[in-house]
Write a protein that binds this ligand. Structure first.
Ligand code: PEP
Ligand code: MG
Length: 752
């Protein structure tokens, strides 16, 4: 049974669309359970009815015709109660409803299970039997297990309006996929699948116009790979083990044989671009070898894949063939890495869509910095054939439309126009100060990650850089940057904003910010080797970074250094000592560098409960609400399955923030908020009410938050906060804040 179950789930997950997936389910389940009928009903979100979407056994003409409301008929009852029903003869049940078009009269035995996802009945799965019989316990367990597994897969496809409308002529929203909001804004663009670094499985299909050029490009990559291998062997002679040397030798040998190369060339000549031709050829050769009886030959399958990765790396990093991006590029990938984003000319990047992640993943943070909409967490699906397809990205509602219909495009053009009008209105606030109606001046800080953020930020009227995420330049490379390279980058940032203060956060890798060239496999990375824990353990990484920052500050004096993920006093003291050590070294070397103010992020709950002690060793604090929310609520910030529970407006989070701000002020230190909460217009009212006077956020939010600050008084914000703290959950708090924004005339910022 387990094998059948796995096979069904795998096939459903691989289905291209919802109707295919449903057809696979009914076909496979009917066969596996040896029943006369299997049908699936799916909830239509527009009408809240359960629609017969696929069947094997009932009349096919009934598909999409039979629709029942919650509680109506036995199917509606199963959906309402969210419990299985197992009946010897369905017609005898008081809820039985007869639909003549299905031809179901001849069936008696009836077993139905609900498809429940996040407490909602997404559908009902039914099997029926001609004979009068109650299904056995293990059959019920099997169908329930299938139902439990399928509900999640179905929910992706069935959310939105995937169930076609019964009225002819109503355009079905083609290819609507619901994900999670990542960065606000909407865009209409063209999908670009980023070239993977060396992952053959992630290579997309793409056609080539100039076959001869593609062939030459491929042959050059093969030649260079051969040369590189020979050089490596030469360089490493004497240092390579015999085993390792044998691998290189086999690689060189395989590359020297014509059949692999010629197979790829044949595919290129048939119109494929080289990476996909390589992907398929390598897969074919590896499959043949892996099936061999001889263990020596079987081991060569991995060698073939190793060669494939090397050639691919050459192909995609060949500077002589730079990737041409459309003017309305929307990057779509599993996780779109920083390196891939950096590859697209900024003006041409219009949106980012990721199958994984959520609003606080670093790709989303990056998108906000760049001011492009992003949708995250679309869920696992095969997107390899989508390169070049049109797409609408709705970063407010967290959804995309692939191959959108003309009606969808028209609607989104209207929204894009409206967005433009709002930006024009907000532009008037560029030079204005962020001062509340009762005269409290609020400092507006900018969150910066890439050097391109500096251009985006020009003329926004900011007061400081409240968070420079120093890991971003590390993430956009393929090796650790040397001290002098880091110096160049930090110097540019400090110079661009001088004399305004720049808070540079030391390296915060780990968690959802891995470095490809510094892999650490951890079972629970968010509770693992992250942020300052890692840098304290690795002075060889930490000290060059601190030295580079301190040197970059020479003659400018606007640097402030901040440590991420501080959880204990000892970490703060040790990190401070590292700064002192780096400074001493530099002074000895004759570099004139002043001691910068030192700060700690408040994002680990233990730090929030230790503010008086930490304040003796920190000059300032900044609250990272992204991590704080995940650690306080025990909800992974990147996991779409629990994204519903991740809410910085949860009253517990609001209370913790209020206390933290109070404690820092009592200790006589400065405090700001640099997590996403500071960029959320509704939340800004609460933060004002807490007495917060320094906010930091990405460029795209600055003018919106200025508008909020200038529209409220501190006193009114305090009253809103008091009401929020009496609420039961984050959704009610959101409702309250939306209402406050509307009443103040800022309704356009609701959902933004
Ligand atoms: C935070 O955790 O809120 C924060 C600002 O840091 P990051 O999102 O980079 O972890
Ligand atoms: Mg953080």
């Amino acid at each position: 049974m387990l094998a059948q179950l796995q096979e069904i789930v795998q096939r459903v997950n691989a289905a291209a669309n919802l109707p295919d997936a449903l057809q696979i389910i009914v076909h496979q389940v009917k066969a596996a359970m040896n029943t006369d009928v299997c049908s699936v009903y799916v909830r239509d979100p527009d009408t809240a009815r359960y629609v017969l979407m696929a069947t094997e056994g009932l009349n096919a003409a009934a598909v999409r015709k039979v629709r029942v409301a919650l509680g109506e008929g036995i199917v509606g009852l199963v959906a309402a109660r969210q419990e299985a029903v197992n009946l010897a003869n369905a017609a005898e049940h008081p809820s039985y409803l007869h639909f003549p078009e299905t031809g179901e009269k001849r069936y008696s035995g009836f077993l139905a299970v609900p498809l429940v996802h996040f407490r909602q009945s997404m559908g009902v799965l039914v099997v029926q039997q001609r004979t009068r019989r109650v299904f056995a316990e293990e059959e019920v367990a099997f169908l329930m297990t299938i139902g439990a597994q399928l509900a999640a897969s179905l929910s992706y496809a069935a959310s939105g309006s995937a169930v076609p409308s019964p009225e002819p002529g109503t355009p079905a929203p083609v290819g609507l996929i619901q994900g999670l909001p990542g960065a606000s804004g909407v865009t209409i663009g063209t999908i670009v699948l980023p070239s993977p670094l060396a992952d053959l499985d992630a290579v997309a299909d793409r056609a080539v116009a100039d076959v001869a050029q593609e062939e030459a490009h491929f042959r050059r990559a093969v030649r260079e790979t051969q040369e590189e291998l020979r050089e490596s062997v030469g360089r490493l002679t004497g240092r390579l083990s015999d085993e390792a040397r044998a691998i290189f030798d086999v690689y060189i040998l395989i590359l020297g044989q014509d059949d692999l190369v010629e197979d790829v060339v044949a595919k290129i000549r048939a119109g494929s671009w080289a990476p996909a031709a390589l992907r398929d050829t390598i897969a074919e050769h590896a499959r043949v070898l892996a099936a061999a009886e001889d263990p020596y030959l079987r081991a060569r399958a991995e060698d073939i894949r190793g060669i494939g990765r090397r050639i691919l790396l050459r192909l995609v990093s060949d500077a002589s063939a730079p990737r041409v991006y459309p003017d309305d590029t929307v990057l779509l990938g599993d996780e779109v890495s920083l390196a891939r984003v950096a590859d697209v000319p900024p003006r041409q990047l219009k949106g980012i869509v990721c199958l994984r992640g959520s609003v606080v993943s670093h790709t989303a943070v990056l998108a906000r910095g760049l001011g492009v909409p992003a949708v995250m967490g679309l869920g696992p699906r095969d997107v390899r054939s989508l390169d070049g397809h049109p797409i609408v990205v709705d970063g407010y509602r967290g959804r995309v439309f692939i191959d959108p219909s003309p009606a969808v495009i028209r609607e989104y053009r209207r929204i894009v126009r409206h967005e433009g009008e709002l930006s024009a209105k907000l532009a008037a606030l560029r030079g204005a100060e962020a001062t509340t109606t009762d005269g409290v001046r609020v400092g507006m800080g900018l969150n910066v990650g890439l050097l391109t953020d500096i251009d985006v930020a020009a003329n926004l009227g900011i007061d400081e850089v409240g968070l420079y995420r120093s890991e971003f330049p590390f993430m956009s490379r393929e090796t650790f940057p040397m001290e002098h390279e880091q110096y160049e980058t930090y110097r540019k940032v400090l110079e661009a904003f001088a004399p305004k203060p720049v808070i540079m956060r030391t390296l915060d890798i780990g968690g959802d910010k891995p470095l490809a060239y510094f892999p650490a496999t951890e079972e629970n990375p968010f509770l693992g080797w992250r942020g300052v824990r890692l840098t304290l353990d690795r002075p060889d990484i930490f000290l060059p970074q601190l030295r580079a920052m301190l040197r970059a500050n020479a003659g400018l004096g606007n640097l402030r250094i901040m440590f991420p993920m501080i959880g204990q006093l000892g970490e703060l003291k040790a990190a401070r000592q590292a700064v002192d050590r780096a400074r001493r070294e530099l002074v000895e070397e004759g570099c004139e560098c002043p001691a910068p103010p030192i700060g700690a992020m408040l994002e680990v709950p233990s730090a929030l409960l230790s503010i008086p002690a930490l304040a003796r060793h920190a000059d300032f604090f900044s609250i990272g609400t992204n991590d704080l929310t995940q650690y306080l609520l025990a909800v992974d910030r990147n996991n779409p399955s629990v994204a519903r529970l991740y809410n910085h407006l949860d009253p517990a989070v609001v209370r913790a923030l209020q206390r933290a701000i109070r404690d820092v002020r009592r200790a006589g230190r400065e405090v700001s908020v640099c997590g996403e909460m500071a960029a959320d217009p509704g939340s800004a009212i609460l933060l004002l009410g807490m007495g917060l006077e320094r906010f930091s956020m990405s460029a795209s939010a600055i003018l919106k938050i200025k508008w909020v600050v200038r529209s409220f008084s501190r006193e009114h914000a305090k009253r809103v906060l008091a009401r929020a703290l009496r609420m039961e959950n984050g959704e009610s708090v959101r409702g309250l804040l939306d209402e406050e924004l509307r009443r103040a005339g800022l309704g356009e910022l609701v959902l933004r």
